[in-house]
Write a protein that binds this ligand. Structure first.
Ligand code: FES
Length: 111
């Protein structure tokens, strides 16, 4: 499967996450990469509640205790590993995951 380099693993050191834009299916798509422990995940940067980007500051996607992703608009909480809504106005919904792998100290999108 072809893969595209998204960022260096070290780019996640400061905030635990990184926002970026890639072209998917010919369209620019905002997404973010987030790390939890040794695992890395990626999601489309779009809240399922009202469709806004999630970050509350540049590359900042985690809540205060680092346990969940949080939407800056209305405070919805999401599971870091699955993107499932864990609280707030997005109940029953979830983030759109993107397949990534870590190789050579970088995060790669499988697409
Ligand atoms: S837009 Fe994210 S919680 Fe409302």
């Amino acid at each position: 499967m072809p893969k595209r380099r998204l960022c260096a693993l070290a780019d996640l050191d400061a905030t635990g996450a990184r926002s970026l834009t890639v072209t998917l299916d010919g369209r620019p798509t905002d997404l973010f990469v987030v790390r939890r422990g040794g695992a890395v995940y990626a999601y489309v940067d779009r809240c399922p509640h009202a469709g806004t980007p999630l970050a509350w500051a540049e590359h900042e996607y985690l809540d205060e205790d680092g346990e969940h992703l949080i939407c800056a608009t209305h405070g919805a909480l999401f599971d870091i590993a699955t993107g499932a809504c864990r609280g707030g106005p997005c109940r029953g919904a979830g983030l759109t995951p993107l397949p990534v792998v870590v190789e050579d100290d970088a995060v790669w999108l499988l697409a």
